[in-house]
Design a protein around this ligand. Structure first.
Ligand SMILES: [Zn+2]
Length: 206
């Protein structure tokens, strides 16, 4: 079974306050008599479901085209956590044991991708430090950021970049049962990029 865990890219999609929203500019259109449809995209690189490059946080770190593809393809585990809004997930919030090197956290605290809300849950540095020795190399979350909205210093982003653990943000996980899957979510090969939208998919054995 394939589950699409990415947000549709449309003008309805909310982006981080102040960032460049997604816009698809229609250049040619069948309805206008053009012989083909053609459009141009305008957007932040951190739109909807996306991957952060380590360069997003650190100047002398890999850009999105330099990120190892192995981060984004392979065994993953979806874990559902029950945490209040605007709180950082701690190791004690996880009832499941870690069974895969890619962990996707479903918090349910950002239910509507068309409306930006500030009270989403995020990761804690303690959780990242607990996952790394268990061999985790990618952490994804169903909110706009791995850091809490109010955490301007971005401690979790920095911890992940320092430890070379990749991040996926803006996942859509509400319709997917927790458990083990194969993740397929490579970023676009944007030269020198700080991030990229991804078409994120998880696959379970039939
Ligand atoms: Zn990002």
């Amino acid at each position: 079974v394939l589950y699409d865990i990415s947000s549709p890219l449309s003008e309805r999609l909310a982006v981080w306050p102040g960032d460049v929203p997604f816009r698809r500019e229609i250049r040619c259109d069948h309805a206008a008599g053009d012989p083909y449809a053609l459009s141009a995209l305008h957007t932040t690189a951190h739109v909807g479901t996306h991957a952060d490059a380590f360069r997003h946080l650190r100047n002398a770190a890999p850009t999105i085209d330099e990120m190892d593809l192995d981060y984004y393809i392979g065994p993953c585990q979806i874990i559902r956590v029950q945490v209040p809004s605007a709180t950082a997930v701690n190791p004690s919030d996880l009832s499941d044991s870690i069974q895969a090197p890619r962990i996707l956290l479903a918090t349910g605290t950002y239910p509507d991708e068309t409306r930006f809300t500030e009270n989403f849950a995020a990761l804690s540095v303690e959780l990242v430090d607990w996952l790394i020795p268990q061999g985790v190399k990618l952490i994804g979350i169903d909110t706009p950021s791995v850091d809490l909205f109010r955490d301007d210093a971005l401690p979790v982003h920095h911890r992940l970049a320092a430890a070379r653990v990749a991040a996926l943000e803006g996942l859509r996980l509400a319709h997917v049962p927790p458990g083990l899957y194969e993740l397929i979510a490579p970023p676009l090969r944007i030269a020198g990029g700080d991030g990229s939208p991804v078409r994120a998919i998880v696959r379970s054995e039939p």
